[in-house]
Write a protein that binds this ligand. Structure first.
Ligand SMILES: Cc1cc2nc3c(=O)[nH]c(=O)nc-3n(C[C@H](O)[C@H](O)[C@H](O)COP(=O)(O)OP(=O)(O)OC[C@H]3O[C@@H](n4cnc5c(N)ncnc54)[C@H](O)[C@@H]3O)c2cc1C
Length: 342
């Protein structure tokens, strides 16, 4: 069969898959999203949408409810350094709230979102047959453990240190408008305000990293959260690092975490995924998927270099030097935060 039912089948209705659907629809293409989970989708995430990510949502007329984020504070037991964003602000948004906003936008624009999982597909030079649909392209937006990536043979082995993340919410009014990051011994703890009465607490670290133990080791946070109700179940994700050989082949492309992920240490996943979705939509609208590889590299360069650099340092014997260096050179810390927030 050569006639396509739709232009693009997107496997995965996480934030990046849904943003891609909206970007494609804006360019006059006909996407369908296949996502097995129904309702408002939750995920272990620090839930900080950086200024560039919020701007990308605003360009699509999406304004998810949440709490302003006006900067980042890094601290350890000996002190802190804070950088406040120079111009735009970001937003802490519960993943369920983001999912609801994006799903409403899809529905308002008449974009089809089907409760299906992509397992297998057949592809040739003209298109892809997947779940009974014939499409000109298939995009894997199916997260860290992407099925599309493995089926298409685009994954690459990684022998580096494996890191994982956990997150839970607490029913307490936020006390800050910055994301607070604490460097502990082997883990990093993130506190993000997500609405007027809730903060999210996430931890990153090696296999077995324990959120409760990290909170207990942080005297300030332990005191604040003592007796406070938990407001969500504990969720985990990982291994975080996922490598790809290339981001597309034939009529198949990868976007978001599925296209390769470094680490959540800089809280950039959604901003970078939205930027990838925008350039991928441009390439598909021009019928020029081969151009995506370079566009993907450009749109992820800072994330790959700076996040890779920081996670390598944080996993090395030089880890104890990170916070003293950030405190001694607040201008450098600020420049990196600004660069990543774009
Ligand atoms: C602990 C932690 C903290 C983080 N903190 C931040 C932060 O503060 N800010 C930030 O921007 N990023 C953060 N991130 C990263 C962020 O969560 C991800 O980058 C983001 O979720 C990527 O979105 P995505 O749509 O690519 O993938 P996902 O959100 O993982 O969505 C993928 C979707 O695909 C679906 N799916 C899976 N398999 C299939 C299949 N076979 N067929 C169809 N659908 C499928 C899944 O159900 C899921 O809904 C953090 C990550 C972790 C783990």
């Amino acid at each position: 069969m050569t006639t396509a039912d739709v232009d693009v089948v997107i496997a995965g209705g996480g934030p990046v898959g849904l943003v891609l659907a909206l970007e494609l629809e804006r360019r006059g293409l006909h996407p369908v999203v296949l996502e097995p989970r129904t309702g408002e989708i939750d995920k272990a995430c620090g839930e900080g949408i950086m200024p560039g990510g919020l701007a990308a949502l605003h360009r699509l007329d999406i304004d998810p409810p949440g709490h302003a984020i006006r900067g980042i504070r890094y601290e350890d037991a000996r002190g802190a350094v804070t950088h406040r964003y120079r111009s735009r602000e970001g937003r802490g948004v519960r993943r369920t709230a983001l999912s609801a906003s994006l799903r409403a936008a899809l529905s308002a624009r008449g974009i089809d979102l089907r409760p299906e999982r992509v397992e297998r597909f057949v592809h040739d030079e003209l298109g892809v047959s997947v779940n009974g649909l014939r499409a000109r392209w298939l995009v894997g937006a199916d997260g860290l453990h992407s099925r599309v990536r493995s089926e298409a043979g685009l994954g690459d082995a990684d022998r580096g240190m494996k890191r994982f993340g956990l997150r839970r919410h607490y029913a307490i009014a936020p006390w800050s408008d910055v994301v607070e990051v604490t460097f502990g011994p082997g883990w990093e703890l993130y506190v993000t305000p997500v609405d007027a009465s809730t903060v999210g607490v996430a931890v990153l670290g090696p296999k077995g990293v324990d959120l409760e133990a990290a909170i207990a080791a942080h005297p300030g946070l332990r005191e604040r959260l003592a007796g406070v109700d938990v407001a969500s179940e504990l969720r985990g994700a990982g291994a975080l690092r996922q490598r790809t050989l290339t981001r597309s082949t034939g009529r198949i492309a990868l976007v978001g975490d599925a296209s390769g992920y470094v680490d959540a240490i800089t809280g950039e996943g959604m901003r970078v995924g939205f930027a990838q979705a925008e350039v991928l939509a441009d390439c598909l609208a021009r019928d020029d998927l081969p151009a995506y590889e370079r566009a993907w590299s450009r749109s992820t360069r800072d994330f790959r270099l700076l996040t890779e650099g920081l996670v390598r340092l944080a996993s090395s014997p030089a880890r104890p030097a990170i916070m003293p260096a950030a405190r001694a050179m607040p201008w450098l810390f600020g420049a990196i935060v600004e660069r990543l927030a774009r």
